[in-house]
Design a protein. Structure first.
Length: 373
């Protein structure tokens, strides 16, 4: 028997289950047919999506809660990086984050005996591009930009990701822009503007840190392309294994920095409790869990819907900066955060079609078309 890229067996002839407990077959969203008995627990959602089924209300609620945790982690990530930059260089923080995350993924997959996924030849170029965009460029922009600008400004810049994702999704994936989506995004933009203009004494654009803003801006732009590129692959690969592979591949281009830096081991050995907490936040929560949960969210939501959660990052970032770095919080920050949350709710409400369907150009390339109303 042949093998599906996700690991399931593909019989030569397709047959349905007989309803008496015998092994039948189900269709995946890639057009392949997989034996129902061979679908692993982590692929059951893929099989259901391939049949055109919609997720349950409970499953959707868990997805949205996990994305809320991702926004919290990413907001805290800026604060953690800014805190570590007080005693380390940007390249040190970057290497520490990516090497530690790669080791976490490798260790987990080794212990669970799952290993990294075997990527189909047709997907390899896309996967390499995703690794460069989502890991190499994105994390480098954050690490080097954070040294030049306040943490609050960094989290606000990250909030531009949904706007870039909308444009990329429309141009490259043909994702429809419904009135509900546009209304939700508009509300989130209003909330973003409130936080940007009135959320704190440093939350405004300044020509003095224009270079830091431009460097940091590379992160959300790269992440927008990364989000859209990853959508068609997530029905074929397990999110945890795929996130580990992407992180490892994205770390490799930055390893030559170790040749010019011999202080990192000594710096890590001298860490205190607060520095270890910051490291755990930026590695385990923001990268390992953040990337994995982001992939799982993309399995059941469109790129535009999931990207709106990035608007919550500056709210959590400002709260973290207040608690850790002593930045002042204002009533406008709270008002802006509530407006952003309302935009998230509006964008992610309404009737939806099959969860893994991608319209437009990606559908023409072999992926089923979908609807979002």
């Amino acid at each position: 028997m042949r093998r599906d890229p996700a690991g399931g067996r593909i019989p030569r002839r397709c047959s349905a289950g007989d309803g008496r407990g015998r092994v039948g077959t189900v269709s995946t969203s890639t057009g392949a047919t997989v034996e129902a008995g061979s679908v692993r627990p982590d692929q059951q959602g893929v099989a259901a999506a391939g049949r055109g089924g919609a997720p349950s209300a409970r499953s959707l609620a868990l997805v949205h809660l996990s994305l809320l945790f991702v926004a919290l982690s990413w907001g805290s990530n800026f604060v953690s990086i800014k805190y570590l930059l007080r005693s380390m260089g940007s390249a040190d923080v970057l290497l520490l984050r990516l090497i530690a995350a790669s080791l976490c993924f490798a260790g987990f997959l080794l212990v669970s005996r799952r290993g990294f996924p075997r990527v189909a030849p047709a997907d390899r170029r896309r996967v390499l591009l995703m690794a460069v965009l989502g890991v190499t460029i994105n994390t480098t922009s954050v690490a080097f930009g954070a040294r030049l600008i306040p943490a609050a400004v960094g989290t606000l810049i990250a909030s531009g990701n949904p706007i870039f994702t909308v444009v990329v999704s429309r141009v490259f994936a043909g994702e429809p822009l419904t009135r509900r989506k546009l209304s939700g995004i508009a509300l989130a933009v209003v909330g973003f503007a409130i936080v940007l203009l009135y959320g704190g004494p440093q939350a405004h654009f300044s020509t003095r840190n224009a270079l830091g803003i431009l460097i940091t801006l590379g992160g959300p732009i790269a992440w927008a392309f990364y989000t859209v590129l990853s959508k068609p692959l997530l029905t074929r690969y397990d999110p945890t294994r795929f996130a580990g592979l992407i992180t490892l591949l994205g770390t490799i281009p930055l390893l030559p920095l170790l040749l010019f830096n011999h202080r990192l081991p000594a710096e890590v050995a001298a860490f205190g409790p607060s520095q270890w907490l910051a490291t755990t936040t930026m590695v385990l929560f923001a990268l390992v869990l953040g990337y994995t949960l982001w992939y799982r969210g993309l399995r059941v939501l469109t790129p535009t819907q999931i990207a709106v959660y990035v608007y919550l990052v500056p709210v959590f970032g400002a709260l973290g900066a207040w608690l850790v770095l002593g930045e002042r919080i204002t009533v406008y920050l709270l008002a802006g955060g509530l407006t952003i949350l309302l935009g998230v709710i509006v964008t992610n409400s309404g009737r939806r079609g099959p969860v893994d369907q991608v319209p437009g150009r990606l559908a023409a390339a072999g992926h089923p078309a979908g609807r979002d109303r």
